[in-house]
Design a protein around this ligand. Sequence first.
Ligand SMILES: [Zn+2]
Length: 216
Amino acid sequence: MTLCCLLIGAPGSGKGTQSSIISKKKNLVKLSTGDLIRQEVNKGTADGERMSLLISDGNLVDDATMILLLKRFFEENHIETGIVSDGFPRNLNQAKDLSKFFSSSPESVELKVLYLKIPVQDLIGRILSRRICVRCNEIFSMKDSRESLLKVCSTCGGELILRNDDNEKVVRKRHKIFEETILPMLEFYGDKVTTIDATLTKDKVTELILKELEDQ
Ligand SMILES: [Zn+2]
């Protein structure tokens, strides 16, 4: 039995930070499509350049490309305990594709969908205070009293930057897309979904997520 914990929520809801924490605490491989895309962009391939243009405009990578990245992820990673996703799936098509993908796999999968819910006005300020490590993609918040003192990444020493797709215009655009896609997804997953109040502190949200995963 492999645990598949899907963390979904609007950009800035904390799913990136939480999936990093949960992956370490529960020994789960982190599935971040954002990381997969950035890896592709950094390779400088034609695909990567196309994706780079899309995301800097606030658009999302198309589903076919996403499934390709997903297949590559499962081929390239050794998964023992399970995975925790960072914002995947993003829409109903991806959710259906993921289910198809799992039903064709010989291993049985315990699916857990955690929805980090937060109002849009809370998101803007939070996203603009976010910094990402250029080397390992760890996310830090300048609103956090401990993390605001960091000059470099506390994990690997890499430079911390504001991502070029983190600005208010892009945030609002991404959030609009998110709102249109979240409801059909929540319906699709039905009683597998647990809603978590993402306006709570980082530690409290982690605690709630861990409690959900303990209940297996
Ligand atoms: Zn780092």
